[in-house]
Design a protein around this ligand. Structure first.
Ligand SMILES: Cc1ncc(COP(=O)(O)O)c(C=O)c1O
Ligand SMILES: N[C@@H](CCCC[NH3+])C(=O)O
Length: 422
């Protein structure tokens, strides 16, 4: 992927106007580096394409929930798609408007429903009848009515990795399209909930329009049947899922996608809600890591770097390919094919296989397209502190999350009584 916000100048990679060598010197490695301009541009591509009609862009914060990202997007007018009370509190912490929040997820707890009802979020995306009944009970006990969309499982093949495909009938998500009409009738009669929308999300990293269009057609058929039965639907939420360029993929742009949706929706008076995550965040960030040791070999050659699967798990978990480049181009060593691996004690701990790079120990590498599902999926495996996050704005470097302190990793733990070192 080539981003206009991460470019080489005289052989050195910059994030906007900040050289990444300066970022690494300031905060150390590994670290995540984001571009404010890229986040802004990616969000605006949605907002501008949707501007012709009633709409809401609900950024799916599971992709990247750093407060600086949320605050930036809220300032641009974004709403948010949340999947936990933790994500709700993050949005509230940056002053986000609860009236622009939709709550997705197959397993919302009652305390999570209560908090979301108390702050009066826009809509709950309900994924089963059992959840609908729980939400209705919770709302009634608070003297409230919950606005709901049913997340319908349209049974379409998103054509993406099985772990991130969600719209097939064998997936755990949503209410089967065949049952949806009956459940809408039930919801209409059920005190404590008011059906106002239809929702679906068929998967992530989609690079073709056709699965989205197939899902939309099924939702529109449902909409029209409900309308004929007097059930008024105010919005259609198509979820997230638009893919990005990791390795030369050419997904439709938000503009193309939205134009196709609007054309199909036609004259129906529906607010259009989208929940993009990856397409806003992925190519707005990268992970910086430093080569510690080179271990050339006859069979394979390893470049051992200081970032690992605990910092960025996508390669290990999904065999995801993310571009890896040297931050400073060098011409004094030969290009060689390297396995880029981290220090974690797992053979599956790698960031890239068989990458042609001209590198030496001490060099900085950039793992591109890491702004989505990067830091948010980081763990402390091997008691490794999670890396810092930095937002670049022009030539300014803002540390928007400090590197985790080691003692914070065991702060909540305690010894058994009487267990003192022998
Ligand atoms: C319900 C829902 N909405 C939105 C998203 C965001 O998806 P993406 O990051 O592919 O845009 C997801 C994650 O796939 C999701 O499960
Ligand atoms: N974490 C996944 C995407 C999951 C989408 C969650 N609904 C990835 O990195 O590709």
């Amino acid at each position: 992927m080539t981003s206009p916000h991460f470019v080489y100048r005289q052989g050195e990679l910059y994030a906007e106007d900040a050289p990444l060598t300066r970022v690494a010197a300031q905060v150390g490695t590994p670290c995540y580096v984001y571009s404010k301009a890229a986040f802004t541009e990616h969000y605006r591509a949605y907002a501008q394409a949707l501007a012709g009609g009633p709409h809401l862009v609900c950024y799916a914060l599971k992709a990247n929930s750093n407060l600086a990202v949320l605050g930036l997007l809220a300032s641009l007018g974004a709403g948010f798609d949340i999947v936990s009370v933790g994500e709700l509190e993050r949005v509230l912490a940056v002053g986000g408007d609860p009236g622009r929040i939709v709550f997705s997820g197959v397993g919302k707890r009652e305390d999570e429903m209560r908090r979301a009802l108390a702050v009066d979020i826009k809509c709950f995306n309900v994924e089963s009848e059992a959840e609908l009944e729980q939400l209705a009970r919770t709302a009634r006990s608070m003297g409230r009515t919950a606005r709901v969309s049913l997340r319908v499982n349209p049974d379409v093949d998103a054509g993406t990795h099985p772990y991130i495909s969600t719209g097939l009938k064998e997936n755990k998500f949503g209410i089967a399209i065949a049952d949806a009409e009956r459940v809408y009738h039930y919801a209409r009669e059920l005190a404590g909930v008011e059906p106002i929308g239809i929702d679906c999300h068929i998967g992530s990293q989609l690079t073709e329009l056709s699965p989205f269009m197939d899902a939309l057609d099924r939702l529109l058929e449902l909409h029209d049947r409900l309308a004929a039965a007097g059930i008024v639907i105010r919005h259609l939420d198509l979820g997230g899922g638009l893919g990005v360029d990791y390795q030369g993929e050419t997904p439709p742009s938000p503009g193309e996608y939205i134009a196709a949706l609007r054309q199909r929706i036609g004259e129906r008076p529906l607010e259009l809600i989208l929940e993009p995550g990856r397409s806003i965040a992925a190519n707005a960030g990268l992970m910086l890591t430093r080569v510690m040791y080179l271990k050339p070999g006859e069979h394979r050659s390893f470049a051992i770097v200081d970032g690992a699967m605990n910092d960025l798990i996508r390669p290990s978990l999904y065999q995801a390919w993310q571009r890896i480049t040297a931050v400073c181009e060098r011409h004094d060593v030969e290009t060689h094919r390297w396995e880029i691996v981290g220090p974690v004690c797992e053979s599956g701990d790698y960031l890239g296989h068989d990458r042609p790079l001209a590198i030496a120990a001490g060099d900085l590498l950039a793992v591109h397209s890491a702004g989505a599902y990067g830091f948010v999926m980081a763990s402390n495996y091997n008691t490794r502190p999670r890396p810092p996050e930095v937002m670049i704005d022009g030539s300014e470097i803002h540390v928007v999350r400090q590197r985790e302190r080691l003692d914070a990793l065991w702060a909540g733990e305690s010894l058994l009584p009487g267990a003192t070192p022998a």
